[in-house]
Design a protein around this ligand. Structure first.
Ligand code: PHB
Length: 364
């Protein structure tokens, strides 16, 4: 049986060997202080290089963009140097890699912010849930997110500049692509959603205004490199991180039309069912495909059985696998040969060292 997932795919300027993608996965193991990826991350990602494309764990584009302990950044010279080791190891193992550019907005805590400042968002409305900070012994500790302060209009150019600079940094670090994280209730999504954006300026109110920051951030990344090197992730109709996307369908259609006009490298769809939401309907998938003729990577509880008919129907072009990649460095080979998967150890997902990170065996 030869699966469509085994076929090659062009994404912008990048040639992928197969249509299996490693989804971005937060692991909270960056070196402290400085949120720097090291040799350990290089080993972890290189072990997974048989994916057609690896999308990095989300990397904050500025100190203010951080919302969890020990997530890596992509703004300092040390971080760029650290990521360079990672991309070299992945390339040496035959893989390709995108850097996911992240600003968490209000999903943060002042202890993670520069000078213990309040996190920022579209409006001063809290995410009433928890994030993860580091305990005394380096262990993850859950704490409530702070109520953010609203970004001032005069701060937006500086924020957009951090997207541009992060793209330049990612390119310098040897990544093949960048992916703008506009999903999952983080900053760009906080602007998109009327439930978290009560602004009355050009960035709030109408759907077009709420989409503005996402598109301006995307345009800065395109300007810094090339549309053929930039993808974007959205999570329409998802409830993760507390956003009520009541006009999520209209927003998704509006955004993907704008992405198509720009001829970006790919659209990465994080489907709601990974975080307990409903499955996307066929009509919604068809609506997306009509509006976005480019490459669609889809993520969210994928299996070979879920991916193949959607590939066959031309509704997606590649499938991304997240949690199964944690325990299976050779997931691509396993999926393509119907081999059994290693069981994960969820208590080791976040924080710590090599254990539960680089010690999962590939099949002989
Ligand atoms: C997480 O840390 O749980 C996390 C981070 C980024 C995402 C989703 C989840 O996009």
């Amino acid at each position: 049986m030869s699966y469509r997932l085994s076929q090659p795919l062009h994404i912008g300027d990048v040639q992928l060997s197969r249509r299996i993608v490693m989804a971005p996965l937060t692991r909270m193991r960056a070196q402290q202080p400085g949120d720097v990826p090291t040799e350990m991350q290089a080993r972890y990602y290189a072990q997974r290089a048989s994916a057609g494309l690896i999308i990095s764990e989300a990397a904050q584009i500025s100190p203010q963009g951080k919302g969890y302990m020990a997530t890596p950044g992509i703004y300092s010279a040390e971080q760029i140097q650290g990521w360079r080791q990672v991309t070299q190891a992945v390339h040496a193992a035959g893989g390709k890699m995108a850097c996911q550019l992240w600003h968490v907005g209000r999903v943060s805590h002042h202890s993670l912010q520069p000078e213990q400042q309040l996190p920022v968002s579209a409006s001063a409305l809290p995410y009433e849930n928890k994030t993860t900070i580091m305990g005394e012994h380096g262990e993850p500790v859950r704490v409530p997110c702070d109520t953010p302060r609203a970004l001032r209009l005069d701060e937006i150019p500086g924020l957009l500049e951090t997207y541009r600079q992060a793209t330049i940094n990612a390119r310098e670090a040897g990544f093949d692509l960048v992916e703008v994280h506009a999903a999952h209730g983080y900053l760009l999504h906080q602007f998109q959603s009327a439930s978290s954006n009560h602004r009355q300026d050009a960035y709030g109110g109408s759907l077009q205004n709420r989409a503005r920051l996402t598109l301006e951030a995307l345009d800065r990344c395109i300007d810094a490199w090339s549309a053929s090197r930039v993808g974007i992730r959205i999570s329409p109709l998802g409830l993760f991180n507390g956003l009520d996307d009541s006009d999520g369908l209209a927003m998704a259609y509006y955004l993907v039309e704008a992405f198509a006009e720009r001829k970006i490298a790919y659209l990465h769809l994080s489907e709601p069912d990974w975080a307990g939401g409903p499955q996307l309907s066929l009509s919604f998938r068809e609506g997306l495909r009509q509006r976005f003729p480019g490459v669609i990577i889809a993520a969210g509880n994928y299996t070979v059985a879920k991916a193949e008919p959607l590939l066959e129907a031309g509704l997606i072009d590649a499938a991304a696998f997240g949690r199964p990649y944690i325990a299976n460095p050779d997931l691509a080979e396993r999926l393509l040969s119907d081999a059994p998967l290693n069981p994960p150890r969820p208590e080791l997902f976040y924080g710590g060292g090599e254990e539960g990170y680089t010690d999962y065996p590939a099949r002989a």
